[in-house]
Design a protein around this ligand. Structure first.
Ligand SMILES: Cc1ncc(COP(=O)(O)O)c(C=O)c1O
Length: 385
């Protein structure tokens, strides 16, 4: 079976992991964690990067530090991986779901803007520190929109200038779910560096992997310090077991960060290979009945997971699997899941359902050989209904 999206372990991973094992520095303290943070901050241009044990933890903490409170809404696109909405729920907040664009499969900014225009008003209140905070509140029930979570689905991005302008106008803090978009840029600026916070995931299927791992990006020194504090049980003293708030055991361990450092060394090569595969798939397969994700203007995507929109999704999936090509349908839209079915879902044409019914992800690993990529194309072309 030609795999869908697997790690590419072909650099210094063994060497750096051996170093951890030889020296005993395998746990949550060690030089590889710092070095991984530095490398990724340098690569993305984020002022600060704080390592976390996975992308979900990074999202949870980022939203907490962005000020999301119990009973707030957090705006999320209806097409995303479940972790985005789960992280919102951990804070006692509720996802407010916005339908996606039919071609880019990202949050539909027209829908977002008209929803905010018609349904919200600005309200000022004082924070715990006595600072005045203005936020959008829903006219119907007075609840606050605590944050928006643009998800850079498959490494693509929305028009970040427009999103930023909307969120500034409506006083909505932006936390980017850039977990899939390491290496993607809009007008040359990296995904994850537009909002108060951005995030990364390094799970097994991402463009670089540490097995499991995540990162929080921010340009605010104070917030970066708080993020690190909260990932390490909010301890205030290296000797005494003294803690000043409820923290988490969310820090990435050194042995996994060692893998991350080795992966970062290879990231430019991985990005190049993803682009080659993307170009080949598009040139070989695009037709009237098959199209790939439309890339937004000014976006240079990382081409993380090649995904095609076909007419007959389930028969095509069956055909691919029968012929040795691993593939997956797209995520079930959030509003269709048991836990989120009562959430507000803002839609005009139920696009997320169509995306779910028509899209298929096909092999995208950076270590695919040319022969394997050609085989995927041959099998897809061989489909007849
Ligand atoms: C869109 C999105 N959000 C969040 C996550 C969560 O990341 P992790 O699996 O590292 O917790 C992932 C990846 O799995 C993802 O694809």
């Amino acid at each position: 079976m030609i795999p869908l999206s697997i790690p590419n372990i072909s650099g210094n991973e063994w060497l750096y992991v051996k170093d951890c094992l030889d020296t005993g520095w395998i746990s949550s303290v060690g030089s590889y964690v710092n070095s991984f943070e530095e490398k990724i901050a340098e690569f993305t241009g984020a002022k600060y990067a704080v390592a976390a044990m996975n992308g979900t933890a990074a999202l949870h903490l980022s939203m907490q530090l962005a000020g999301v409170k119990r009973d707030d809404y957090v705006i999320v696109p209806d097409i995303t991986f479940i972790a985005s909405c789960n992280a919102v729920s951990y804070l006692g907040a509720e996802p407010l779901l916005i339908d996606v664009d039919k071609y880019t499969w990202q949050m539909d900014l027209d829908l977002l803007e008209s929803f905010l225009e018609e349904n919200t008003s600005l309200v000022a209140s004082n924070s715990d520190e006595g600072i005045e905070i203005v936020r959008s509140h829903l006219k119907t029930n007075g609840k606050c929109i605590g944050a928006i979570l643009p998800v850079h689905v498959l490494g693509n991005m929305v028009d970040m200038d427009r999103l930023t302008a909307i969120c500034t106008k409506y006083h909505i803090p932006v936390v980017e779910d850039s977990t899939e978009a390491l290496g993607s840029t809009f007008k040359g600026k990296h995904a994850g560096t537009f909002g108060i916070f951005g995030t990364s995931s390094f799970n097994g299927n991402k463009i670089i992997s540490t097995g499991g791992g995540g990162m929080i990006f921010t340009n605010d020194e104070n917030l970066a310090k708080k993020a690190k504090h909260l990932t390490t049980q909010a301890k205030t003293d290296p000797f005494e077991y003294d803690h000043d708030e409820i923290g988490y055991n969310y820090r990435l361990v050194n042995i996994l960060a060692a893998v991350g450092v080795a992966q970062m060394e290879q990231l430019p090569g991985f990005l190049k290979r993803k682009k080659e595969i993307d170009t080949f798939y598009r040139q070989s397969l695009e037709s009237e009945s098959l199209r790939f994700q439309q890339v937004g203007k000014h976006v240079e995507p990382n081409n993380w997971l090649h995904t095609m929109w076909v007419k007959e999704q389930r028969p095509m999936i069956e055909h691919l699997l029968k012929n040795g090509v691993q593939c997956r349908p797209f995520w079930v839209p959030m509003h269709q899941l048991q836990m989120f079915k009562d959430c507000q879902f803002i839609t005009e044409n139920q696009i997320s359902h169509q995306v779910y019914q028509h899209c298929i992800s096909i092999p995208s690993s950076t270590n695919l050989t040319d022969v394997q990529v050609e085989e995927v194309v041959r099998v897809v072309r061989g489909f007849s209904s």
